[in-house]
Design a protein around this ligand. Sequence first.
Ligand SMILES: Nc1ncnc2c1ncn2[C@@H]1O[C@H](COP(=O)(O)OP(=O)(O)OP(=O)(O)O)[C@@H](O)[C@H]1O
Length: 246
Amino acid sequence: MNAILHAQQLTKHYPGGVALDHVDFTAQAGESIAIIGPSGSGKTTLLHCLAGILRPDAGSVTLGRQAGALDLRTLSDAELSKLRREEFGFVFQQGMLLPELTAVENVALPLMLAGTDRRTSESRAAEWLAALGLAGKERRRLGELSGGQVQRVAIARAQVTGARVVFADEPTGALDSATSSEVLDVLLRSVAANGRTLLVVTHDPNVAERCGRVVELWDGRIIADSAGLGSTAASGNYNFKGAFNV
Ligand SMILES: Nc1ncnc2c1ncn2[C@@H]1O[C@H](COP(=O)(O)OP(=O)(O)OP(=O)(O)O)[C@@H](O)[C@H]1O
């Protein structure tokens, strides 16, 4: 096994109390992992600490790399931003895309920020949009696309730079169930086809059911992890639906 993200004893407090309480967690390269749990259980806080968006109060996050493991604590804020741009991709429910730009400009932006020229960036962005079913819609602004199409743009943008880990927070939360299922297909297929690791925070049992592994949080602690059930295909062994009846 090849650990890509390794968290040890992650702890994060807010004025209102503890959001993460000594969490140990390892993601292997290529896994798709759903993070579930009731509202306020610490899912987003865990995702943000793993992605270097938030610094934990205690504990560590290590990124596995060929050049050697990288402890995120050793990075400055600027180095963390660079790491997020180059190694990670993000698909959130809303807010990550720029409405004044077209679909292709939104997807090209991370490449241009990394120094690729506009023409090459937009050509690679257009290939991604076509692969995700948006051929012909490249020049539309986000307001001229449906909610599901906007999420496809976000999925393309998250992966266009070759991110090794894609972090998604309720990526289908604002969509109806048919569109949500289509967008989930696109997300899971594109991540798997490119050998990436996916971490997805979700309240949706259908999303969790389709991920290879499910981690359940409760009051800032991991209380269940289907990886411990001895199966890579968790869905046969884990009572997802039960976990959502809380
Ligand atoms: N910026 C913040 N300031 C203060 N408390 C916060 C902040 N962010 C999160 N919290 C608190 O930390 C706890 C965990 O929050 P978090 O957003 O990680 O939970 P969650 O499981 O993702 O919830 P939800 O499913 O509702 O999005 C909650 O009690 C929340 O109120």
